[in-house]
Design a protein around this ligand. Structure first.
Ligand SMILES: O=C1O[C@H](COP(=O)(O)O)[C@@H](O)[C@H](O)[C@H]1O
Length: 315
């Protein structure tokens, strides 16, 4: 595995270094020609970035994987490590899931060694977004997670906080925020020290080809919501139309956020979200998901990373 690090030098200029763990050698940075990266492109590549932004903080890591199998193993390791650290520090692990392809990629958590080593009884499960449908509906993010993950590990049923599926989208969002507020009061969920928002130990996000994360879609007013923790939409461009979603302030108050994106169809959105595309504001919602005091990790396969600047990750 190779690690590409970006940091700031003493004068504040970006500095890039490359470390190839398989040979334990530090290598000089490749030249800008993409062929210089060819020896890297067949390996799992991690790009670690930690840089100061104007008035802000940015702690971001990109992990680009050779295969979905490798990505799934790395994702399971990452979640298991955060769970262990959080249980050690706080006694619980408050994790928010999304729907979509992410859930299948978490499947290794149900297998050895994770099924035995993870302290499942300490997990509290939430959803960063949910479709407002019955819990047994094929579109339900809860159903997807229950069928593929939660029913296969010893999670305590009362720790699983799904939405109220018997009310309108607006009421479901209000109810869900109320539940989260109670659990912040009892410190099952931490509170952010920079906002009044909940501080989830981990928020796991998928990303659509349009760059949406949770149910925050491009150019949608829900992206601007600053006061609510959970909001609702009734006009999702991707069916079903009615959804509830964590707002950006909640996502960006988490201790850890991971965005998982695979396949060619996501490559353009990954590029727009991750690369500095020369505009003042990122053009896709995934580009504004960045915890203010926490850490963001992108889990990508080579296809999803293929349009990143430098195209060193071309599939
Ligand atoms: O509708 C949704 O889509 C996104 C992305 O799904 P994917 O199948 O393209 O990975 C998902 O993260 C979100 O939770 C879900 O509601």
């Amino acid at each position: 595995m190779c690690v590409l690090s970006r940091s700031l030098d003493a004068r504040g200029s970006p500095e890039v270094s490359y470390f190839c763990a398989t040979t334990s050698l530090f290598l000089p940075p490749p030249s800008s020609s993409s062929s210089s990266f060819s020896s890297f492109s067949s390996l799992a590549v991690k790009l670690v970035g930690s840089m100061a932004l104007s008035g802000g903080h940015k702690d971001r890591e990109l992990r680009v994987h050779e295969s979905l199998d490798e990505l799934s193993t790395d994702l399971a390791d990452y979640i298991a490590e955060l769970s262990e650290a959080s249980v050690k520090e706080r006694g619980v692990f408050a994790i928010a899931l999304s729907g979509g392809s992410l859930i299948g990629l978490m499947g290794k958590l149900c297998e050895a060694p994770y099924n035995k080593t993870v302290d499942w009884a300490k997990w509290y499960i939430f959803w960063a977004d949910e479709r407002v449908v019955a819990k047994n509906h094929a579109d339900s993010n809860y159903k997807l997670a229950k069928d593929r993950l939660l029913s296969k590990v010893p999670i305590i049923p009362s720790h699983v906080h799904s939405i109220n599926d018997t009310v309108s989208a607006e009421e479901a969002a209000d109810d869900y925020e109320f539940v989260i507020r109670q659990l912040v009061k009892s410190r099952v969920i931490s509170v952010s020290d920079i906002s009044d928002c909940p501080k989830f130990d981990l928020i796991l996000l998928g990303m659509g080809p349009d760059g949406h994360v949770a149910s925050l879609f491009p150019n949608h007013s829900a992206l601007e919501e600053k006061d609510e923790w959970v909001t609702f939409i009734t006009d999702s461009p991707k069916p079903p139309p009615e959804r509830i979603t964590f707002t950006l302030p909640v996502i960006n108050s988490a201790s850890n956020v991971a965005i998982v994106a695979t396949g060619d169809s996501k490559a353009e959105a990954v590029h727009l979200a991750v690369d500095d595309v020369g505009s003042d504001s990122p053009s896709v919602p995934a580009g504004v998901a960045q915890p203010l005091k926490g850490k963001l990790v992108w889990f990508l396969d080579k296809a999803a990373a293929s349009k990143l600047e430098g195209s060193q990750f071309s599939a």
